[in-house]
Design a protein around this ligand. Structure first.
Ligand code: G3H
Ligand code: ZN
Length: 274
C-alpha cells in the first residue's frame, strides 16, 4: 500500500530492521523492486533521483506508475525524490505525489549548504514532506565528491539542529556507483553519529557494501539504506547476456530478463539484510 516515508522510517526504527530505498530508472526497475518487496514481505522506498528525473524529461509518468505499483503492493511502499539539487524539482515535489525528498546542497560550501537546506526544509515541511539532507560529501557523484570523506559527529549534530531535517545522510566510507561490493564502513563512526544525532541516519552508495557490513551498519544506527547501482549491474548484465543469445528485435525478450534479474538482486538483498 502507498505509505508515507515518515511512517516507514518510524517503523524501521522501532523494528530495528533497516528500510531499503531503491533507485528507479525505468518502469521495469519499479516493477522488479515492488515484486521483490512483496515476495520478501518488506516495506521499501521507490526513489527517483534528480538525474533519473532529467533522463525522463518529465518525472510525472514514471512516478505515476510507481504510485500505482505502491498502491497495489501488499507491503508499505513510499515514493521519494533523491539528490534534489535544483530549486525547480524541489518546488514540483508536492505535485509529484512523493512523501519525502532528499535536499542535496552538498556541492556547496558548508555555510551555504546549511542556509539553503534550512530554507528548503522549511518549505518542504510546509508542504507535508519528510526531508533528508547531506552534510559532507559521500563520494562518487562527480567533481565535488571525493571518496574518503567522513562526517564529523559534532558537525552532524549542529547541521541537524540548524536545518531541522528529519533524516541525515552520512559519509562513513561508502562511495556512489561502485560495481563491486568491496567497500568497508567505519562502524565506530556510525555508532558515534547515531549517539550524536537524534534523527535517523541514511547510508548512500550502498551498492559497494557487502551484506555483513550492511547488517552491522543497521545494528549500529543506519536506518535507511539507499541502493541503486547494484540493480543496474543485475539489469544491464542480464540484458547484455540476453542480447548475446538472441538476434531478434523484440525488446520484451531482453527487458524481461533484465527485470527478472533486478527482482532477484533486490529480493536477495532484502533477505540477506533483515
Ligand atoms: O542515493 C542513491 C544511492 O546513494 C545509491 O547509490 O548507486 O552507489 O548504490 P549506489
Ligand atoms: Zn545517494
Amino acid at each position: 500500500m502507498l505509505t508515507d516515508t515518515a511512517e516507514l522510517v518510524a517503523q524501521a526504527r522501532t523494528s530495528a530492521r533497516p528500510l531499503f530505498a531503491f533507485n528507479v530508472i525505468t518502469l521495469e526497475h519499479a516493477q522488479a523492486i515492488v515484486a521483490a518487496a512483496n515476495r520478501a514481505q518488506r516495506p521499501v522506498i521507490l526513489q527517483l533521483s534528480e538525474n533519473a528525473a532529467s533522463y525522463q524529461g518529465n518525472p510525472e509518468p514514471v512516478l505515476a506508475a510507481c504510485r500505482m505499483l505502491a498502491s497495489a503492493a501488499e507491503i508499505g511502499v513510499s515514493l521519494h525524490l533523491d539528490h534534489v539539487e535544483s530549486e525547480q524539482l524541489l518546488r514540483l515535489a508536492p505535485e509529484l505525489g512523493v512523501s519525502s525528498i532528499m535536499v542535496d546542497r552538498s556541492r556547496l560550501p558548508d555555510e551555504q549548504n546549511v542556509a539553503l537546506t534550512r530554507q528548503a526544509t522549511e518549505w518542504a515541511h510546509n508542504h507535508g514532506l519528510f526531508v533528508e539532507a547531506e552534510l559532507g560529501e559521500i563520494g562518487g557523484k562527480g567533481n565535488a565528491h571525493t571518496p574518503g570523506v567522513r562526517t564529523n559527529p559534532a558537525d552532524a549534530a549542529e547541521f541537524v539542529a540548524a536545518t531541522g531535517v528529519d533524516a541525515l545522510a552520512v559519509a562513513v566510507g561508502s562511495t556512489h556507483a561502485m560495481t563491486t561490493r568491496t567497500a568497508r564502513l567505519d562502524q565506530a563512526l556510525i555508532i558515534e553519529l547515531a549517539r550524536a544525532v537524534a534523527v535517523p541516519l541514511v547510508l548512500h552508495g550502498s551498492s559497494g557494501i557487502p551484506d555483513d557490513e550492511l547488517r552491522a551498519a543497521a545494528g549500529n544506527g543506519i536506518v535507511k539504506i539507499n541502493v541503486g547501482t547494484l540493480l543496474n549491474v543485475a539489469f544491464t548484465g542480464a540484458i547484455r547476456a540476453a542480447l548475446a543469445e538472441d538476434s531478434g528485435v523484440d525488446p520484451r525478450s531482453y527487458l524481461r530478463a533484465g527485470r527478472a534479474a533486478t527482482e532477484q538482486a533486490v529480493h536477495r538483498l532484502l533477505q540477506a539484510v533483515g
